[in-house]
Design a protein around this ligand. Sequence first.
Ligand code: PLP
Length: 417
Amino acid sequence: ETGSNPTSLQDISGAPGVRGQKVTTIQKDGLISFMQSIILNTQLDSKEPFYVLDLGTVVSHIDQWARALPSVRPFYAVKCNPGPALLGAMAALGSGFDCASRAEIESVLGLGVSPDRIIFANPCKPEAHIKYAASVGVNLTTFDSVDEVEKIRKWHPKCDLLIRIKALDDSGARCPLGPKYGALPEEVEPLLRAARAAGLTVSGVSFHIGSGATHSSAYRGAIGAAKSVFQAAARLGLPEMRVLNIGGGFTAGQPFEEAASNVREALQAHFPNAQGWLSLIAEPGRFFVESAFTLAANVIGKRVRGELREYWINDGIYGSMNCLLYDHATLTCVPLACSSKRANPTCEGAITYSSTVFGPTCDALDTVLTGHRLPELQVNDWLLFPNMGAYTMAAGSNFNGFNTSAILTYLAYSNPS
Ligand code: PLP
């Protein structure tokens, strides 16, 4: 289905969250000058941090997905980045949605997306959220415990279930999920029996090999383990399973191509002739959005200590850069010396100094970069941080009164072709 999706700006410009907003068409290499123009055109006293979302990158990743995994329908993981323009664009591009909570379901339904395009893919849900899902017709969820079966029986007995199994090798992931979620092999049959006893339908299997996975061979192991669960269900005489959810864990570029090739081979090995009876779905987050967002933060302070340069910027570890802690991210940045209209704003060829970049709060933990080579910057210059779309603003706080959710997002569109 994704193959027939709209793939041009025209197709997504009417989407909720995008409609009515200015979308600037830029060249593939024109992002820095676009950000510079935003900085120069913004009122002098507004030096707040801001994001640019390049919708062209999102479109291009949707196309890459459809080319590499045409039989696997993506359900974008809202938790990764719930920005309204992004969600609207994903909806217009035909994606389904993986929601973790009532609020995420509400925001997706608010786009006019029908409930059958949503999977409530949180294996342990508050009862009130299950009740809400029942009331709006979100009828597919995951589970990995007997207690969850009981809650779903009570509040949403018409819900189809996917049994979430542990991907046994998620050791190569930036954020392994195995320590928290997934049934062990010996737990599978008791869980299937519990669901049957509760009168619930287990329609398939899901797994997640960990976010930011680096061992893409883990998809092979997990797809093989999923096949064993399909066989166990058949042995128990349960209705035939018909959904396989391969989760997330994809990173754009070469890692995605490798992962997709592992997935294709494992599907061919374990689920040949799947066409017609097996629905293949996935819950990618990072893949679609990581490189689509670039953050600009303003230099609000400076201290020189011998050869060391120390800078303070107005976003940090309690804001967008929480990804340093929670997502084990490594950040990089490009300087944009706009404070004094310099001829060479990106400072190419300039002498660099070992620099520390602090966030704006009064906590020493709020340190964004250390030992980073930067040219001499002044207060009111800017730093641009690429690849800031995944697990950044979604988990930022208001600590010290620096409000992550107030950060503006400007929309751009670089032609993906
Ligand atoms: N699905 C579930 C259940 C998750 O917990 C996550 C991330 O934590 C995702 C999907 C998205 O994963 P990723 O961003 O690695 O694709």
